[in-house]
Design a binder for this molecule. Structure first.
Ligand SMILES: [Zn+2]
Length: 430
């Protein structure tokens, strides 16, 4: 008997190490949110953590208790800064103070509970357009709820990704949007309760809630297009649902299957342009500019391939912004006969912003923080993809992208991984 178990365990380990670069910790989260008092109450059943890595980090606002008999969770320290931790590379919000907790006892899974109040102010960023991690350390308010990786509201084990099942209890007219697929959506006892399940390894868990009006459309590809608006507007929702299908078809044809089962437009309560895995969070004004439908919106949709399923290995530079700008902003202009114009204005921005003092190689780009870093990380990068495409031809370029996607889905990838795929399909030494 023992040998059979051991063999099974070895096979499972081999499968895991073959298809995942980092360990995936699974969270079953039950969350009760009170927008009036800014409080939240969480129970989290955690499994899949490595036995040699029993320490997790969490926002200091929360007091943790173990609910598993024989397993203790002890405070190790309560003053580490979010900015000191490698994983949060894109965050400018380094002020969140974290506690470190250690799990002790012989357990493969542990149930913990924690509660706290999150009522920080939202700082409006000068740079609205950035991916993922936000300026806000997380907020629960009458106006809406925004919890993300930068909030540190879900226990984070080092060098781990996370999968989750998130059940949220909210006021009756509210809804939550998160990554993955919604498996429960109902009223119970004067409250609204919903569950989102995401089994693909994620970098963070989002909980975005408000009194949303919901619209949806089942696309031919089998993926669901959804829109969550803060004021009812069927006309606006329909425009988004339509272009979702148009660009979904285009990108699935070029790169490969969309990695999630839905894509949602979600209206935020401050002006943002964030692309999260399987949804985008756009501000009230932004979603009403007609040009967004064919610029920022497809850009955020494309991030589901680049950045939100193939993750960025930041040690060797952020390849995903330039590639996304090239295949969304630039390509859509090119399809309308304005590719040259777009490239000329990209080059103009570069020569206006960048000089010998502030220039740097693409391998040093992490995220944009000023005009120069944008002209490099988006602009110079975009021109490099254009050069590569001209060198190996459109067909090989697209074939190489599809191979890169296939080989690196739900893993961290680098410029090198793209080079390897492009060399393989083109036979050209790059
Ligand atoms: Zn982007």
């Amino acid at each position: 008997m023992k040998r059979i178990f051991l063999t099974a365990a070895l096979i499972i380990n081999a499968i895991l190490s073959d298809c995942q670069t980092a360990n995936t910790v699974h969270h079953v989260l039950n969350v009760d949110v009170n927008p009036e008092t800014a409080e939240m109450f969480v129970t989290d059943t955690i499994s899949g953590f490595a036995t040699d890595n029993l320490v997790f980090r969490l926002n200091k606002a929360f007091k943790v208790e173990s609910k598993s008999p024989g397993v203790s969770v002890k405070l190790v320290s309560d003053n580490s800064k979010a900015g000191d931790i490698g994983m949060d590379r894109e965050s400018e919000n380094e002020g969140v103070v974290l506690s470190k907790w250690k799990v002790s006892g012989n357990a493969n899974s542990v149930v913990i509970s924690y509660e706290g109040k999150l009522d920080a102010e939202i700082e409006q960023s000068k740079e609205n357009y950035q991916r993922g991690f936000s300026q806000s350390p997380g907020i629960i308010s009458d106006n809406g709820v925004y919890l993300a990786g930068s909030t540190w509201w879900v226990p984070v084990f080092e060098n781990s990704l996370m999968s989750f099942k998130l059940t949220t209890v909210l006021p009756a007219d509210w809804k939550n949007v998160s990554q993955g697929e919604r498996t429960l959506d109902r009223f119970f006892d004067g409250k609204h309760i919903d569950t989102w399940v995401c089994n693909s390894p994620q970098e963070e868990v989002f909980l975005i809630a408000a009194a949303f009006n919901e619209y949806s459309y089942d696309m031919n590809s089998g993926v669901k297009a959804m829109a969550f608006l803060r004021t009812p507007d069927e006309g606006l929702a329909n425009k988004y649902l339509e272009v979702t299908e148009q660009y979904m078809d285009m990108y699935q044809g070029m790169i490969g299957d969309y990695p999630y089962s839905k894509f949602a437009l979600v209206e935020n309560f401050w002006e943002t342009g964030y692309g999260m895995p399987s949804f985008t969070l756009l501000g009230e004004k932004i979603i009403r500019f007609p040009f967004i439908l064919h610029s920022s919106y497809p850009h955020e949709l494309l991030h589901n391939w680049w950045g939100n399923s193939v993750y960025v290995d930041f040690d060797s530079g952020n390849w995903c912004e330039g590639l996304t700008a090239f295949m969304a902003d630039h390509l859509i202009k090119e399809q309308r006969g304005a590719g040259e114009e777009y490239r000329r204005s990209t080059l103009q921005k570069f020569s206006n912003m960048v000089n010998t003092e502030n220039d740097f190689p693409l391998s040093k780009f992490l995220s944009r923080h000023d005009g120069a870093s944008e002209a490099i990380g988006y602009g110079k990068s975009l021109m490099m993809w254009q050069m590569l495409r001209r060198k190996i031809g459109d067909d090989k370029f697209v074939e190489g992208l599809a191979l890169f996607y296939k080989n690196n889905k739900f893993k961290s990838a680098s410029f090198d991984d793209i080079r390897i795929a492009m060399e393989e399909v083109s036979g050209v030494g790059l």
